[in-house]
Design a protein around this ligand. Structure first.
Ligand code: COA
Ligand code: ZN
Length: 298
């Protein structure tokens, strides 16, 4: 049997949080339904952050209330402080993804926290999530470089992952928020986390800002990572990162992995159609290569 790589679709959160379009709650719900029809089983469906900081996510509680919960889909809520975690629990999120930050500059701009303060906040919030019986994961943002304070010293990401493991986090995502990673650094970060936090599952979260996104996914999968974040159409980015661009496009990741013999459970032609539909409701072009090139049936 071929190896399975699980895709976590982040379009409804990372994808939409910085897009110029203002989708209605029902358009977001339609996007989520279409993604489920493509075979997505795990997705970040919204974030519980300050609506003043990220106005596009202000209706996440309404999005969660409107979800069709009949299938076996895990809807993840992103949070980065106690208020957000409490709101995510109230919204009946199936999983909470907590944002740790590896860089001081981005940490202050994005969430008003130093890296250590983000880890302390996780330790404070984790018991609430465990009591609610909800799986807890964490993504370490700017794990490869901070747009304000530069490279991340060796050991910082491993140290944060160790604190996440101690807080009972099951899965740690390594986030390249500003798209500065390269495949060799990806291997180093994976090794570092395995050394400091051997019990957590690993996930990777790449933005394709400098054309290294897919190469980074390939490096992570070669290093044994089984879970990859991606965004339909390749839309998105962080409002607090200058010149932010989208995540690796789900259909591009699925194409690469399935062509190489991995299984993702995602129907590529439907994902391409969904990305085209998304481009239509957003009212602008999207970065996806597969939307431009089309299917290859060779
Ligand atoms: N959900 C909703 N509102 C929240 C909130 C949350 N999770 N956390 C704080 N707030 C509200 C507070 O209630 C307060 O409201 P008020 O002014 O009406 O009283 C206001 O936001 C400011 O709260 P404060 O604790 O002083 O926060 P801050 O202004 O220092 O901002 C964050 C800190 C973390 C709330 C803010 O930076 C944030 O939400 N960032 C999100 C960034 C993001 O989502 N980035 C992309 C994904 S990584
Ligand atoms: Zn991101």
């Amino acid at each position: 049997m071929s190896r399975r790589i699980d895709i976590v679709e982040v379009g409804p959160r990372d994808g939409l949080q910085n897009d110029p379009a203002n989708l209605t709650t029902s358009q977001k719900l339609e996007f989520i339904e279409r993604l489920i029809e493509c075979g997505v089983t795990r997705m970040e469906s919204g974030s519980f952050v300050s609506p003043r900081a990220v106005p596009k996510m202000a209706d996440s509680a309404e999005v969660f209330a409107g979800l069709n919960r009949s299938g076996a889909v895990r809807h993840i809520a992103l949070a980065l402080n106690e208020k957000g975690v409490r709101r995510a629990i109230d919204a009946k999120a199936d999983e909470i993804n907590f944002v740790l930050v590896a860089g001081e500059g981005f940490g202050q701009k994005n969430q008003g926290m130093s890296p250590q303060e983000s880890a302390d906040m996780l330790a404070q919030c984790a018991p609430l999530v465990h009591e609610a019986g909800i799986p807890l994961s964490a993504t370490i943002s700017v794990a490869f470089g901070d747009p304000y304070t530069g490279d991340i010293a060796k050991g910082v990401v491993g140290g944060l992952a160790a604190q996440a493991q101690r807080a009972g986090v099951g899965e740690v995502g390594i986030g390249d928020t500003i798209g500065v990673a390269d495949p060799w650094l990806v291997e180093d970060r994976i090794e570092e986390i395995r050394l400091h936090a051997p019990d957590v599952f690993l996930r990777v979260h790449f933005h394709d800002t400098r054309n290294t996104g897919l190469a980074n996914v390939a490096a992570a999968v070669k290093a044994g990572v089984d879970v990859v974040d991606a965004s339909c159409g390749g839309i998105g980015g962080c409002p607090f990162a200058p010149a932010a661009t989208g995540n690796v496009a789900t259909e591009d990741v699925v194409y690469m992995l399935e062509r190489a013999g991995f299984e993702t459970g995602i129907e590529l032609s439907k994902m391409i159609d969904t990305a085209k539909w998304l481009s239509g409701i957003l009212g602008h072009d999207i970065p996806s290569s597969l939307v431009r090139a089309g299917m290859y049936d060779g």
